[in-house]
Design a protein around this ligand. Sequence first.
Ligand code: PLP
Length: 396
Amino acid sequence: MNCINEQMYGYGSSRSVIRDQYEYGRKRRAEIGDDNLFDFSLGNPSVPTPSALRDCVMSLLDETDSLTLHGYTSAQGDFNTRKAVADNLNARFDAGLGPDDIYMTCGAAAALSITFRALNDSNDEIIIFAPYFPEYKVFISSAGAVPVSVPFVEKDFQIDLDAFRATLSPETHAVVINSPNTPCGVIYKESTLLELCAILREKSAEYGHPIYIVSDEPYREIVYNGEAVPFIMNLYPDTIMCYSYSKCLSVPGERIGYVAVSPRASDASRVYAAVCGAGRALGYVCAPSLFQKIIERLPGVMPDIEVYRRNRDLLYGSLSEIGYECVHPDGAFYLFIKSLEPDAVKFSLRARDFDILLVPAGSFGAPGYARIAYCTDYDRIRRSIPAFKALFESYR
Ligand code: PLP
């Protein structure tokens, strides 16, 4: 008798292509030494955690009694932490949020899983835009909803609004926006987002129910052009924001983030209650207490993005000069390049011959492209350029 869930078995027994490259890298590193491997597979931040964070950990350990520091908080997060998060968003974006609109989570992964679970009634459709973070499909499907993807505009990697309009249906409950984007580093223009919101308003009225935007924003703070990333809640009230401190504070292993439900959303208090219910149902209650207290004290600490900017400039400039077709990244820490052959998996395997580890982008909804995570040290990028050149020349 089969006593396991086949869907879960499928997720657990098939390794993501990113993890596959990572595991290959682990073995190869043991053979040739870390310095000789150009591993660009994982989006693990390379900027040291801010010193203010270390100081904060030390003073919390010194000053706070251990049972309080390490004890349970409220299921949705400590009130003072939620208030600090809401106050910070209000000061920066005039968001009108209160503590009871915030739900603290174990990073964006939990925030997204909770949100999809909260919004799905039964087999509802949730739209994602290619290129997308591959785990969206896992989070959406396991919430019982159906992920439906919309292709990108190859010219500038903005959203294909005509294709988007054609994809909407009465079954659509939500649309996921990720800007700055994994895997291509593009920031969606405000004009694109305004048009998208206008379409959503029109379709919500036509279908007689709200269509929510789920705004996945782990890279909000990592932008290079000095322009603010549009704050979607201010463009469209039916917005639920999923945020993570993983990338901006370089703490992906600590698992801390939040869901923020716009107070201006239709049924905002019911949506927030459903978020709390989904957190309860999934067992995602009480995000790590120590890190909640850190966030309460340091809600506005920003990363030093100059390190990533230098890496981006070196990699984008050098690869473009060699002849690679690269998407210009305005944010996040990924460079998206066109594969040198139609099958990007074969291209990534050929890159291994030059000890370069890339991620083929089929699982991101962009076959024919590959992702390079440049959150690594500058010197490694500099030393990788001859290998990229040799890879390019191997196709001549
Ligand atoms: N969303 C996107 C677009 C990501 O790139 C990632 C991680 O790389 C996540 C969500 C998950 O982030 P977290 O570490 O906060 O769970």
